[in-house]
Write a protein that binds this ligand. Sequence first.
Ligand code: ATR
Length: 277
Amino acid sequence: MTDRYAVIGNPIGHTKSPLIHGLFAEATGQALEYTAIEGPLEPREGFAQTVKAFIAAGGKGMNVTAPFKLHAFELADERSERATLAGAVNAMKFENGRIIAENFDGVGLVRDIEANLQRPMAGKRVLILGAGGAVRGALLPFLAAGPAQLVIANRDVAKAEALVAQVGAGQSLRACGYRELEAMGSFDLVVNATSASLTGQLPPVPPGVFSPAGTAYELAYGKGLTPFLRLARNAGIQGVADGVGMLVEQAAEAFAWWRGVRPDTRAVIDRLTVPLD
Ligand code: ATR
């Protein structure tokens, strides 16, 4: 029987995961099937039932997207450290009757920035906007990259502070509100991990946070020049990027975890990239 994989979410029509994993399988010569499953919003236990039915039908692994990342966390028998800190799961592996859970969103983001965009974070000043699920998933991989300073700015400062407290605030990590950013100078990398761009809004970030030789990264993808990226451009930044590379890199992490083969990502990123302008 062909090994089966799937992405589960609701809605799921927009997902690029079957395309990405199909291209990976073709390029690495792996025989597998990867489909999209629309998970049930109701009843509450419907998610667990759908996953178990998939396992019974030969499922070896699943990616998880909204709104099931927390459900997958609860369902898992084992969770990685980064999944635990994120409190959310974006990939599962089914092995020996157990559900093993991971979160590759953060490592995918760091890999896109460091390997694809060639912007190593070690010794740099890094600013992350937002303190929701995306940032929880990214925090450990960002710290592991060794920035000189990592600042988490959020409208609701208490939420950013709680996140920082979870990993232990140090000299290099701090939480703040947007207004405090005005006195903090410029950053080598500014990542917009808020959900503001999904509704065409702009987080209240002062233009002074951008450094002309730096990079502005928008987690959303395929939305062109969002208000955040436009602000960065207007502040003179040449290095602006959206999250298409992160999407492909987190998929590559999952693929390597499941199959033991790391696919090349460049061609897939190029194929999925929608020009910003
Ligand atoms: P969660 O995982 O907490 O449910 P999320 O959707 O992952 O939520 O996170 C949304 C993030 O985008 C939050 O950091 C939110 O800021 P607040 O915590 O202050 O609400 C942020 N966000 C959403 N819209 C925003 C906007 N227009 N400007 C700035 N930040 C915004």
